[in-house]
Design a protein around this ligand. Sequence first.
Ligand SMILES: [Zn+2]
Length: 335
Amino acid sequence: MYGAAVEVEDEVLRFHREAFVVDLHNDLLTKLVLRGGDLGKRHGAQAIYNPLAFDIDVPKLKEGGVDALGCLLFAGMGLMARRRFWKQLEEFDRLFDKHPELMRARSAADLRAAKASGRIALFLGIEGALAVEDDATALQKLADAGVRFFGICWNKTNKAGVSSFDKKNGGGLSTIGREIIGECNRLGIMVDVSHASKRTFWDLLDASKTPVFSSHSGCEALKNHPRNLDDEQLRAVGKQGGVVGIIFAANFLAGLFESTVETICDHLEHVVEVAGEDAVALGSDFDGFVPLPRGMRDVRDLPRITQILWKRGFGERRLKKLLGENFLRYFEQFN
Ligand SMILES: [Zn+2]
């Protein structure tokens, strides 16, 4: 399933490595809690889809020319969810002792400092309100631990807001959800609209005093999927100065067997067409237990996106924005 290799030309690879490359969303910390492992080791691609294989490790991050990664604390599933949530934070803290190539980041300035020193910046986000839904003040503790962005729900509706997969519930952000967003604004935490139902999405835009962003979604105009954003939503995120990180999940892009790296590029281009060149970003969902499109084996293949868009005549200026500068600009407001 990993066929459709894309040859990356030397000139494009050089450009990609110089550009600031930020990937807004991965579930590496969940995977580390579930299976353990050494990120200093290089993990090969699997012949068939293996949800427990690592899409991300330090050697592959270098090969993929990645400068910064949004790492998620996942709070959404099972009886052990709360315990696992806090364990992910411990895993995050441990990474920096084990791997001097990685740097803990809390700001756009940290992201730039990491690149300047040849390191890869890791910054924290939360996926799902579980850890804070009974107590919005818990966000203070998480902000102190370095959390910089917050998504209200995962695939299931919680006390804070309705999920995009919830067909029965037409509701949006709850009173608790509004309180949490108020806390996010107070603490300078960015609001992530991925996974929110349509109504929750519009409520988030209304409730948040700062521009919102989407860390990992696709475009509904290209593939009708509950997790994708329609054109009106894309335009709204762009208009208020946010960014949309395009997810690489094959089933969100075109279909499990139809999606390729070209399809990722179609979604990226669609964001540019609808929301403008300042609104597009990368939000792979690597290590998120999602099947990747053909040709995207793991994080080492990110330069293939640059190659395809280069060939499509995207231009260096717009490519730099898409690869990371748009997100840096957005993040800078929260320093
Ligand atoms: Zn997700």
